[in-house]
Structures are given as C-alpha cells and as structure tokens.
Design a protein around this ligand. Structure first.
Ligand code: AMP
Length: 359
C-alpha cells in the first residue's frame, strides 16, 4: 500500500458536488485537496485548499498540478483517458485509466460485463438508420437508442416504441455511434456502491433502490426493498466487476431487477462515488466519500454497517427553494452544493432522512 500521511494533498480532477463532498471527507481525515477543473467557482473549489483552472488537455498545467499533489483521483467519468494517461506517467492515479476506457463507451462497457458472465439488456451497436432497422428485427420493440459516449441522466437517449418512432428518434440523437438496447420492464432499479482498497479488500454498502423522475435520480432508499438473495447477488456481481478492473476507490454498479428474464442485469458502471450513495454520510460510520479518500490514500477501508432505513431525496432545480423549510424539519439532513444558479434538471443539493427518525 502507498499510504499517505495526513497533511498530504489529494489532486482532484473535476470540480462538482461529488468532489466537494470528497474534499469535506478528506479534510476530516486531515488531508488537503487541490482541484483541477475547467469551470470557475464550482462546488469543489469552494471547500478545498487550492485550485487549478485549465482544460483537461492542457499538458503543461496537468504536469504542474501533478508536481503539487501526492496522489490524483477524479470525480466524474468523462475525464479524457489521455488526461489520466499524462498524469499516470508521473504520479499515482486512482482509479486507473482502464475503467475510464471501459465505462466511457456503452458498447465496451456492456461487452466487458457480459464477458464476466453478468447479464445486461440485449444490445447491438449501429451507425446508420438502416442498420438500426435491421437490429430492431432481433431486439424487438420497445427499445432504447443511446449514444455510445457522453450520455447521462437520460441525455443522448430515446425510446422507440414501434417502427414509426425510429426515424424521429434517430434524428433526435443525431449521432452515428449508437447502441440499441432492449427495453427492460424492470420492477425496480438497484445500485451497489462498492469500494476496493489498495490491498484488494472489497467493502460494499447496503444496496439501494433508486427512483427516477424525468430520467434523473429523485429518491434513493436504503436498504433496497427486495429479497436478500437478490441483494447478495448484486453485491457478488459488483465485487466481481471491481476486482476484475483492479480498481482502487469507490465504484457504483446500477442494476435493473426484473421478474421477467434474468433477475439482475447491469445497466451501467460509474467509476466514482455516486448520487445513490449520499445517504451514507449520515447513516454509516464511514461514508462513500470517506471510503474513497481512504482507498486512494492507501488507508484501511472503514466500516459501512447500517441499520434502519435511509431515504435520500435530490433537490433538483427549483427544489432548492425548499431549503429554509427543510432546515426546520427535525431529523432532515440538508446539503446545499453551493451552486448559485438553479436550472431545470440541475442537481442543487439533497436531503437525507433516517428511520426510525432521529428528529
Ligand atoms: P442510463 O443513462 O443508461 O443510466 O439510463 C437512464 C435511465 O433510463 C435508467 O436509470 C432507466 O430508468 C432508464 N433506462 C435506460 N436503459 C433502459 C433499458 N434498456 N430498459 C428500461 N429502462 C431503461
């Protein structure tokens, strides 16, 4: 293990709310954070020790940044692989670049998961409308068209219910690198937030049930309300994935749970702390953010035991105007990400409630 002493500086690529909550956890453990971001006044830089504003392809700025920090990690998955490769030449970067290569392309990601013997939705990659028509003969309707790269929170996606929908969905995505997935009539969506230390130890948080509104996570309930066998199977699958990637840090695996066909199918992997793990701040001795910091600093992973129930609700867009009301609610833990402008669909904060209530 490459153990870092308190007082060392963690370099953070990306400056959003996930970086902010990691920086706060790092401070509690005695570490400093230097953020590298291409945006001004993001949530992370408001709570960290130093900031570099530069583009992710600015090699000179990256090397100067590497000189000032003791390890590098990242808080979003669309960091260019080349950025991580530049840094890996001169400093330890956790998680490694391999997971970015796998998870940034939905096709590579699904093949990687299937190669491990884990199910996903049936899929085909296509690059023309004609190929899409042909693929849909196998996959059937309804189906979901997704851009292979850079999709999130439902962006870069279109559902096709029947043949008549296809050409408008194709036009809407306006992309020639598309994956078509069979639509899974899932009962619920579940995620496993897993951590792996530098010594290979794997610790998973209790699986969470996730409800979306307009394709954006709205509510996470821990533990997920499904049978123990399903929860244990989800944990086993997440463990297999994190080990295969030789991963260090926190990684999240999202699953569809369906009584129709295979019980568990992986939807996607997020190589980072995750929105569905925010409840761990209040509910577990070690939060997902602290766990990630522990892993990248070569420290032992912490305890993630939890009893009762936790519910985390996102504050999206104008929901943040409930801020003062929520602060009056006994037992509600309110988090504001420090973003000064609310926009539809923008994650502005969240609130966690524990049951039985501690209010
Ligand atoms: P994604 O960006 O792939 O995580 O998709 C966002 C959301 O769209 C998921 O959380 C699901 O609610 C829904 N979704 C995506 N793919 C499928 C699918 N193949 N079948 C059913 N629902 C899907």
């Amino acid at each position: 293990m490459k153990t870092l002493a308190p007082g060392s500086t963690i370099g953070m690529l990306g400056g959003g709310q996930l970086g902010r909550m990691m920086a706060l956890a790092a401070a509690e453990l005695g570490f400093k954070v230097h953020v590298f971001t291409n945006k001004i006044d993001g949530p992370t830089e408001q709570v960290c020790n130093a900031v570099t504003h530069a583009d992710y392809d600015d090699k000179k700025a990256l090397l100067e940044f590497a000189n000032k920090v003791d390890v590098v990690t990242y808080e979003f998955e669309n960091i260019p692989v080349e950025t991580v490769n530049v840094l890996t030449g001169v400093i330890n970067v956790f998680p490694n670049a391999k997971v970015l290569e796998v998870s940034q392309d939905r096709l590579t990601e699904k093949k990687f998961i299937n190669d491990l013997g884990i199910e996903t939705a049936p899929f085909k990659d296509v690059s023309t409308l004609e190929e899409a028509e042909e693929a849909l003969k196998d996959i059937g309707y309804p189906a979901v068209l997704k851009t292979r790269r850079l999709g999130y929170d439902g962006k870069g996606q279109a559902i096709v219910k029947n043949e008549d929908d296809l050409s408008s969905a194709w036009k809407q995505l306006n992309n020639d690198s598309i994956i078509i997935e069979g639509f899974i009539p899932f009962d619920i969506e579940v995620s496993v937030v897993a951590a792996r230390g530098q010594d290979g130890e794997v610790v998973c948080f209790s699986p969470v049930e996730n409800n979306h509104k307009n394709h954006i996570l709205d509510l996470s309930i821990a533990p997920a309300q499904v049978e123990d066998e399903i929860l244990n199977d989800a944990i086993d699958k997440a463990t297999k994935i994190i080990n295969e990637l030789n991963y260090v840090g926190v990684l999240t695996v999202e699953f569809f749970v369906s009584k129709d066909g295979p019980l568990l199918r992986v939807n996607e992997i997020a190589p980072r702390v995750h929105n569905s793990g925010h409840w761990t701040i209040e509910a577990c001795p070690t939060s997902q953010f602290e766990q990630h910091i522990r892993a990248v600093c070569g420290l032992p992973l912490g305890c993630v035991k939890f009893s009762g129930e936790a519910r985390m609700t996102n504050l999206i867009g104008d929901d943040i105007f409930q801020y003062y009301e929520l602060l009056k609610e006994k037992g509600a833990s309110v988090h504001h990400y420090g973003k000064n402008e609310s926009r539809p669909g923008r994650k502005m904060g969240h609130v966690t409630r524990l049951f039985p209530s501690i209010g």
